[in-house]
Write a protein that binds this ligand. Structure first.
Ligand code: 3HC
Ligand code: NAI
Length: 691
């Protein structure tokens, strides 16, 4: 029954139109595969039918294999089997590609005799982004159809191409607004002549040298990526092996990679990001408010970047500063950022001009009057923020969302300075705001459901990955980061050098370690905060006192005198650290790399467990999403909480107890962590139960 519902067919002018309707994205579930096989075989057997068209309902054509089926026992027919049936039919089969044809979806289209695509359709093989490679002939049919050099690039980079580009490569035969009638007409035309050679039997491989050159560049850029290496190997087989043998090469790589823990982690990342968009318990019918105009208060590092986010999404924005001079500085920084994109070729001059024209600079808060959303990004000072929100009450239009970009401050206290706390929340962008994907949406005690829904919806429109956080010091990300920062300093005092600490994290997959990062950001930021809050970090404080503020002074944890950007280990720093250790009465010892890594990561995971238990984060997957999109956590380990499950919670609990035995009680394992470990459970199981 279910099979008949997801795939149906009708006969129109002697063409069988096979229709897939498997919302939301027509993934190739067992029911779809079975339905396609059934309808194709029925059409083949029906003498009244001359040709076949495959169409799909909704916005997408077919988004690929059903990722939720990975890791479950296979259900026949397999996708390769279904595609082989389509390909060997004696009647022409045409794919009518109305929207995204991705992964297995493009592989189905490649098994057809021809393809018609809508101008807005996207075609691609994104499997590498899930840690696998195309597993239903994509690496064999695409190269034979369009050439090995363009094909290896499409499959190894995983980025979809437009219908127009696909047409110019010979992947698409026709581009048409209304794909179904166009595909039917083409199918009938083909039925009147000789059947086109299917992709598997074409020989349009192109020059071997061009392929090897493209492959070498891809391998160099993705040296640690097993999927890219597998794609290259499978496409290379087109030169060296028969089609069937090539399929076997591809299949072997596919099965190996699908079962690799890295692919499991990347699948978790895919679903965690989408789950983060869902807010449980919102009153039924809660609708986001429309946002047609925005204002950003403060044109500094963050404000300028946030204004760019609005302009990039086509939303007009007013950037507000305290003086003409500050405003000009802010606008110049924005113009400079866009100029860099134009120079790099990632933005046309025309698009740049359009975006700049959407950003209007003004002096004075009263200019926030017309905005549907106001994002405050002034200095991190509670008094100033409260003053601004107090004033906004008389300026912002009724119903405007009032957001703060604060990194640490209490959003509820800020909200209390207006008589409309229901309109207030945090929209915590990450630096650089126009680049970083993460948006922590901080829900205050009084934030209205509608305002929360508006910020989440707006976040997606700004091309961000929004994640809900409750109110606490540092929210999800910075609160966990503080644990790592404190431990990194402690490791220096106990015997490690900055390079060893950074290396432990870069070996794990972070692009930068905490000390290289601190040097880049400037050590004075943390110093100022510590002075204001009476906290101490003996090594960091001593470096600042010695005038070593990071890259900007050419000296910080590292020495940058060579070229201003490459940090070298500095004997002066080693001596300074040793002196501070001695002052603190700490005996130094060599600390192994694996211990350094555990001591950096486990306290963060522990804090994540507390954040989850307190309800600050809605799901463990949300915490992973924060770290993956805001702090460069390596995706193939799935994020801190997924990584914790992979390591095993009992081991993490045991190690934390050992760390705490050193005297730091904050390292005692969180009750939730202990409970899950004792029950033999996991963060993933906890999320599943809550879903
Ligand atoms: N399998 C199962 N579910 C999928 C899916 C897939 N391939 N693709 C999307 N979904 C689900 C999402 O989880 C989400 O579910 P939710 O609403 O319950 O959270 C829902 O469909 C909508 O997805 P998005 O929020 O991503 O919707 P968008 O409209 O923003 O994007 C899309 C649509 C561009 C198709 C995007 O979903 C996407 O990129 N999907 C994945 C494409 C992909 O990776 N395909 C390759 C799969 S592997 C494969 O094909 C192997 C083959 O070679 C054998
Ligand atoms: P910044 O110092 O670069 O910019 C602040 C700007 O606000 C200045 O240009 C200042 O002139 C302006 N300003 C001050 N009072 C104003 C007023 N009354 N009206 C209009 N403009 C006013 O600071 P930055 O780094 O941009 O930080 C802004 C906020 O964003 C802070 O709350 C900070 O904690 C937060 N944040 C900072 C991040 C970072 O990496 N810099 C990351 C995420 C959040």
């Amino acid at each position: 029954m279910a099979q008949q519902e997801v795939v149906t067919s009708s006969v129109e002018d002697s063409v069988a139109v096979i229709r897939i309707a498997n919302p939301p994205v027509n993934a190739l579930s067992a029911a779809v595969r079975g339905g396609l096989k059934r309808e194709a075989e029925a059409a083949a057997a029906n003498p009244a039918i001359r040709a076949i068209v495959i169409v799909a309902e909704g916005k997408t054509f077919i988004a690929g294999a059903d990722i939720t089926e990975f890791g479950k026992p296979p259900v026949p027919p397999s996708l390769p089997e279904v595609i082989a049936i389509l390909e060997t039919l004696a009647k022409p089969v045409v794919a009518a590609i109305n929207g995204a044809a991705l992964g297995g979806g493009l592989e189905v289209a490649l098994g057809c005799h021809a393809r018609v695509a809508a101008p807005s359709a996207k075609l691609g093989l994104p499997e590498v982004k899930l840690g696998i490679l195309p597993g239903a002939g994509g690496t064999q049919r695409l190269p034979r159809l369009i050439g090995t050099a363009p094909a290896v690039k499409i499959a190894a980079e995983g980025n979809p191409i437009s219908a127009k580009e696909a047409q110019s490569l010979g992947l698409v035969d026709e581009v048409a607004e209304d794909v179904v009638p166009a595909a039917k007409a083409l199918a009938l035309k083909l039925a009147g002549g000789t059947l086109p050679t299917p992709a598997r039997d074409r020989a349009n491989l192109g020059a071997r040298e061009a392929f090897e050159e493209a492959a070498a560049a891809l391998l160099k850029k993705n040296a640690d990526n097993p999927s890219v290496a597998a794609v290259v190997d499978a496409v290379r087989a087109c030169f060296e092996k028969s089609f069937e043998e090539g399929l076997a090469v591809e299949r072997a790589h596919f099965l190996r990679l699908r079962d690799d823990p890295r692919s499991k982690a990347l699948r978790h990342v895919f679903f965690a990001e989408r789950a983060a968009a869902r807010i449980p318990n919102l009153p039924k019918g809660t609708q986001p408010r429309p946002v047609a105009k925005a204002a950003v208060i403060g044109g500094g590092t963050m404000g300028g970047g946030i204004a760019m986010c609005f302009a990039n999404a086509g939303i007009p924005v007013t950037l507000i500063e305290t003086s003409e001079e500050n405003l000009q500085r802010g606008l110049e920084r924005v113009a400079g950022n866009y100029a860099t994109s134009v120079k790099r070729g990632s933005l046309t001059e025309e698009a740049r001009d359009k975006r700049m024209s959407l950003i209007e600079g003004k002096v004075g808060l009263e200019n926030a009057a017309g905005a549907d959303v106001v994002v405050e990004a002034v200095f991190e000072e509670m008094g100033l923020k409260k003053e601004i929100f107090g004033k906004l009450e008389g300026i912002a239009k009724p119903g405007a969302v009032l957001a703060t970009n604060t990194s640490y401050l209490d959003v509820d206290e800020i909200a209390a300075s207006t008589s409309r706390p229901g309109d207030v929340l945090g929209m915590h962008f990450f630096s650089p705001a126009n680049v970083m994907k993460l948006l922590e949406v901080v829900r205050g005690a009084k934030t209205s459901p509608e305002v929360l829904a508006t910020a989440m919806d707006l976040g997606r429109k700004l091309a961000k990955v929004p994640v809900v956080s409750g109110v606490c010091y540092g929210f999800i990300g910075n609160r966990m980061l503080a644990r790592r920062t404190a431990m990194a300093e402690r490791l220096l005092l106990e015997g490690a050098q900055p390079k060893e600490v950074d290396k432990a994290l870069t070996d794990f997959g972070f692009r930068m370690g905490p000390f290289a990062m601190a040097d880049l950001a400037g050590l004075d930021i943390g110093w100022r905060i510590r002075k204001a809050t009476g906290k101490k970090a003996p090594v960091a404080d001593a470096l600042c006192e010695a005038g070593r503020l990071g890259q900007k002074t050419k000296r910080g944890y590292y020495d940058y005198s060579a070229d201003g950007r490459t940090g070298a280990a500095d004997p002066e720093v080693a001596a300074l650290i040793e002196r501070v250790s001695a002052e603190q009465g700490i005996a130094r010892r060599a600390i192994p790399q694996d211990e350094i890594l555990e001591r950096l990561l486990y306290p963060m995971i522990n804090e994540g467990a507390r954040i989850l238990e307190e309800g600050i984060a809605l799901r463990a997957g949300d915490i992973d999403t924060v770290w993956l999109n805001g702090y460069g956590w390596p995706a193939w380990t799935g994020g801190p909480m997924f990584h914790a499950d992979s390591v095993g919670l009992p081991k993490i609990v045991a190690r934390l107890r050992e760390f705490a035995a050193g005297g730091d009680e904050s390292l005692q394992p969180a009750p939730l962590l202990v409970r899950l470990a004792e029950q033999g459970s996991s963060f993933a199981a906890l999320d599943q139960k809550a879903a």
